[in-house]
Write a protein that binds this ligand. Sequence first.
Ligand code: TYD
Length: 140
Amino acid sequence: MEKYSVADCRIIELDRHHSDRKGNLSVVENGITLPFDVKRVYYLYDVPGGESRGSHAHRSLNQLIIAASGSFRVTLFDGTERRSFFLNRPYQGLLVRPGLWRDLDDFSSGAVCMVLASDIYKEEDYIRDFEEFLAYRDNG
Ligand code: TYD
């Protein structure tokens, strides 16, 4: 499995369909918008102020993280470099490649963190221990 760095992660601008009278609509389509196909969608909400989420890495999972409402910060770490993204636009998604530690914090009230993922939920894909993550990154 290729080991990605934080430089491989980026904000993807989603298509926006605007109507003065009816508001906005953004679209993600398999085979067009993302470098992976979406198998699962989940979302975080009602995160209390000051709380953080994440604190894990995935071995194989690709994700697109969207602030569907409100705002929060995502900090990625590849074992060497850290990179933070502040998400606050529902038409932007952060592409998170596999093998990166992520922390989510600074949630605004009412924030909704929507995640489009390349696979169904598999606990064995998680690395939840930071020391284990560092060893994983060190081993080739
Ligand atoms: P977890 O990934 O630990 O959330 P976070 O890292 O953002 O704090 O997931 C929290 C709980 O939800 C955990 O018990 C596993 C469960 N869960 C699922 O059952 N399916 C899913 O797709 C996800 C993402 C979590």
